[in-house]
Design a protein around this ligand. Structure first.
Ligand code: HEC
Length: 140
């Protein structure tokens, strides 16, 4: 009996993972591991779109309100998903970066450098404060 329940549970979980959300592995053959490729040489680079644009595109393919010459291919990929599922893929740039440039490696290095300098300055001030405290304690 336990075995039966486990098997049923396993099938149920599989069904949930296959149908409960958009199966992104199925996209990677065309769009690349991180959606960094132009699928079949034609699509936009999806990882560079905003999450909102990705959602609008996916729902648009389903509603037949979005797409260009190869939209038929995409309709086949997503037609069985609900709009809610299509809006929760997490693909694309998050709001924080949408429309803005993602900081470059050099930008980040510079920020780290600035933070290190600030940290050194604060450490110095902290040491000074500690020294002063010692003196004031001795004074008493
Ligand atoms: C067989 C190859 C193929 C697969 C698999 C595929 N796509 Fe696409 N995708 C394309 C093509 C080609 C386009 C451009 C279609 C057009 O002309 O509008 C596209 C367009 C898109 C767009 C809109 C970008 C644009 O160019 O306007 C999104 C978002 C997208 N795909 C997401 C996905 C997701 C998510 C999956 C997996 C569920 C997926 N794709 C699977 C080929 C594919």
């Amino acid at each position: 009996m336990k075995k039966v329940i486990l098997v049923v549970l396993a099938i149920y979980m599989t069904v949930i993972t296959v149908y409960g959300k958009v199966e992104l592995d199925s996209c990677k053959g065309c769009h690349g591991q991180n959606f960094e490729k132009k699928a079949l040489g034609k699509s936009y680079i999806v990882s560079e779109m905003s999450q909102e644009d990705v959602t609008n595109a996916l729902i648009g393919y389903k509603d037949k309100t979005y797409g260009r010459s190869m939209k038929g291919i995409m309709v086949g990929q997503i037609k069985d998903y609900t709009n809610k599922e299509l809006s929760e893929t997490g693909i694309g740039k998050s709001i924080a970066f949408a429309g803005k440039d993602i900081p470059t490696y050099d930008d980040l290095l510079n920020q780290i450098k600035e933070l290190k300098e600030q940290n050194q300055e604060l450490t110095k001030q902290n040491q000074l404060l500690k020294k002063n405290k010692k003196y004031s304690l001795k004074d008493k």
